[in-house]
Design a protein around this ligand. Structure first.
Ligand code: GUN
Length: 296
């Protein structure tokens, strides 16, 4: 079997186009411009690239982008004061503090100081609790993107066996909650799981979010299963740097029914969902109906 490739790049472009259409309508009919504030502390090169891409795409869909770049030695009190100002600013509907933060800053304290209604990352403890109890929340962008692609490919996910490999707060745990919300039978596996390959072979939907390059090979995949690869790992191959996922693509694609590639799979969906969350936050803040298909 050769797997169908799920094209995340094309899907993300569709999501952005939908967001842009809604933003245009909000502007024309209500004079409203959704605004996203991104806070970057320090000069981590990868974070700088992410933040630049977020800013560019925010402007491309017609939203306002507010970038706050602080030096690496910023005091916690100063960062908290900035977040308090953004919380109170009616032009800001979404706030994202780029992670990881420098070691002297308490990430949990900082994230939990964001107004949950503006927490477009869905990392605030209130949003985690709301998602876990099946209530309306802000949903973390990467798992939301994965769910959108799975719903688009399968229609209903009800009754399917889903295995999520990875238990991070950013991907693994919220991904499991979302799949449970769509009536999958969900297993969360991780590096300590006994006979991981056998557990994974029980999956109709296999989500790899372990952060280990090409760890999930074809041996882990049930014939015909759908494989979603969340990993982004930089590895050296033949003297050159290359991006690979947590899935060993060639062997997995030979067994799977469908698979997301790296690059061009889950990655582009993350920023698209950040824009979707900002739009959702703006609609909620103004008592307007939420855009359909852009949130759970
Ligand atoms: N760093 C890497 N990915 C993310 C993300 O999704 N959100 C935030 N805030 N920081 C990140």
């Amino acid at each position: 079997m050769t797997a169908t490739v799920i094209d995340g790049k094309a899907f993300a472009a569709r999501v952005r186009a939908q967001v842009q259409t809604h933003v245009g309508r909000l502007k024309a009919e209500r004079g409203l411009v959704p605004g996203l504030a991104v806070v970057l502390v320090g000069e981590d090169p990868a974070s700088q690239v992410y933040v630049r891409n977020k800013g560019t795409q925010t402007l491309e869909v017609g939203m306002a982008s507010f970038e706050h770049k602080l030096n690496a030695g910023t005091a916690e009190a100063d960062l908290l004061a900035l977040i308090a100002r953004l919380n109170a600013d009616p032009a800001v509907h979404g706030i994202l503090v780029q992670l990881p933060l420098p070691g002297h800053l308490n990430s949990e304290l900082i994230i939990n100081s964001i107004d949950p209604a503006k927490d477009v990352d869905g990392f605030h403890i209130s949003n985690v609790g709301l998602l876990g109890t099946g209530q309306k929340s802000m949903v973390p962008c990467t798992p939301l993107g994965c769910l959108m692609m799975l719903r688009d490919y399968h229609g209903s996910l009800s009754g399917m066996n889903a295995v999520v490999v990875g238990r991070s707060n950013i991907v693994g745990k919220p991904m499991a909650q979302l799949l449970l919300g769509d009536s999958c039978t969900v297993t969360i596996a991780h590096s300590r799981t006994r006979d991981l390959a056998a557990v994974c072979r029980g999956a109709d939907i296999l989500v790899a979010a372990v952060g280990r390059a090409e760890m999930i090979t074809g041996e882990f995949v049930r014939p015909g299963a759908t494989v979603v690869d969340v990993g982004i790992n930089r590895v050296e191959r033949d003297g050159r740097m290359k991006l690979v996922g947590d899935v060993h693509y060639a062997s997995a694609a030979a067994v799977a029914g469908a698979i997301t590639p790296v690059p061009g799979g889950v990655g582009p969906m993350t920023i698209a969902c950040l824009l979707a969350n900002t739009l959702t936050a703006c609609c909620r803040a103004n008592g307007l109906p939420e855009p359909e298909g852009l949130t759970v």
